[in-house]
Write a new protein. Structure first.
Length: 172
């Protein structure tokens, strides 16, 4: 399988770079059923539309813009409900100590997508809502560290009463 690369200068946004590369791949391979894998910038609607219009597939995180940004909170809330009702699917693996370790939990659903121009293009998009326990743990630790730093900075603004130190108070 040929490798297609595109070298561009670093000051360019890469959102618009996917489509020309994908079109070159489509033309050079001249076949359908390909799977394009990319980051959330590849998930631009126009890019996804082009990929499915060529009877190909894509795998990428959805960007937190547009319709996704409006709907993601309800997807997460549904995931929390499913977790409480023991309805999530779990992915586990065996670690180097022969212990089963939880990698992720989540659920999936389908959503219809369409675009009408000269002809209507419709497709069903499979959405995976996934929670990684490791990522959640890192997020919690990061938040706790930021909160601790904020508390320390606030306390530094209002030192304990003492010789040469005046405590700031606000009264209304």
């Amino acid at each position: 399988m040929p490798l297609v690369t595109e070298v561009v200068s670093g000051e360019q946004a890469d959102d618009s770079l996917y489509l020309p590369v994908i079109k070159r791949i489509d033309e050079s391979l001249n076949q359908s059923g390909l799977l394009y894998v990319g980051d959330c910038k590849m998930s631009a609607f126009e890019t996804r539309l082009h990929i499915v219009s060529q009877n190909n597939h894509y795998l990428s995180p959805l960007p937190l813009t547009g319709q996704t940004a409006q709907e993601i909170e309800s997807w997460i809330n549904k995931g929390v409900e499913k977790d409480l009702d023991y309805q999530l699917d779990f992915i586990k693996r065996i670690n180097d100590k022969a212990q089963e370790v939880l990698i992720a939990g989540g659920y999936e659903f389908d959503r219809e997508q369409s675009f009408i121009d000269e002809k209507e293009i419709k497709w069903t998009e499979r959405v995976l809502v996934i929670k990684s326990p490791v990522h959640a743990f890192q997020q919690i630790n990061g938040l706790e560290k930021r909160l601790q730093t904020a508390i320390e900075k606030i306390k530094a603004l209002t030192p304990e009463k003492g010789r040469g130190k005046r405590q700031i108070t606000a009264k209304k």
